[in-house]
Design a protein. Structure first.
Length: 247
């Protein structure tokens, strides 16, 4: 039975999950893990779901080796996206929290499979999904129980073009008022712009979000994916300190 529960996190003690869009190297991940006060929940893409087949697809097996090595040296909860039940064999041994991405919120066969394991799941909102469809998808994970599911608002597609997506703060308020689910925000994919990440996180937590998953890279300009929306370690730690001053 997985020991991870998100029960203790809430908008006065928010959960922070941080790390790069994609795992790129051992050194990149080691730098984050060696940083004092970096969260113990670390994200990193292994099999990337890119909109274009020519874009970087993630390191795959090589990234699995990197995380296995680092797990021998550091204690952390590894969060990564799963897009196909066939990935469980390789991802299972190193993954503490599965992330179901926006493109897979409607992948009910994947959700049914994850419902037979005890690994907690972050269920991102489909970029065109209504809140009711999103809550419906979460119903496929009922065996996990509300303490092992995080609903992640990551922005939806609208007519607006100044941001990558439109951050729906209303969905966070609605979910907190009408369901028992824990909710987090992904300001990185919602806004798509690094300098909008901090204010968007604050807005979401003010609206009731129980935490945030944020793209952080030791050197965002060099990131192999999503660099424009990725913040550096220092900016992340400053943001985190505003919510967790006693760290
Ligand atoms: C990600 O977290 O790297 C990602 C691809 O997110 P989303 O599925 O929300 O686009
Ligand atoms: Mn990304």
């Amino acid at each position: 039975m997985s020991k991870i529960s998100f029960k203790s996190f809430n908008n006065t003690n928010p959960l922070f999950i941080a790390g790069p869009c994609s795992i790129e190297s051992y050194d990149q991940m080691k730098t984050l893990l060696s940083t004092q006060n970096f969260p113990s929940f670390i994200r990193g893409g292994i099999y990337k779901m890119r909109s274009n087949p020519d874009s970087f697809q993630g390191l795959g097996d090589k990234a699995i080796e990197i995380i296995s090595e680092l797990k021998k040296e550091f204690t952390f909860n590894f969060v990564t996206e799963i897009s196909d039940p066939r990935q469980i064999e390789k991802l299972g041994p190193i993954t503490d929290v599965y992330q179901v991405g926006t493109r897979n919120m409607y992948n009910y066969e994947l959700l049914k499979e994850l419902n037979t394991h005890d690994t907690p799941v972050i269920l991102k909102r489909g970029f065109s999904a209504t809140v009711k469809e999103w809550v419906g998808a979460a119903g496929y994970l009922s065996n996990l129980g509300v303490d092992r599911i995080l609903l992640c608002e990551r922005g939806i597609r609208t007519f607006e073009t100044t941001q990558r997506n439109t951050l729906d703060i209303g969905s966070i308020i609605y979910l907190k008022q009408n369901t028992n689910f824990k909710v987090i925000v992904d300001p990185s994919h919602a806004l798509g712009v690094a300098r909008m990440v901090t204010p968007a996180t604050k807005a979401a937590i003010a609206a009731g979000s129980d935490g945030a998953i944020i793209e952080v890279h030791p050197n965002p300009e060099m990131a192999m994916s999503d660099g424009a929306q990725t913040i550096n370690i220092q900016d992340f730690l400053s943001l985190q300190k505003e919510f967790l001053p006693n760290l």
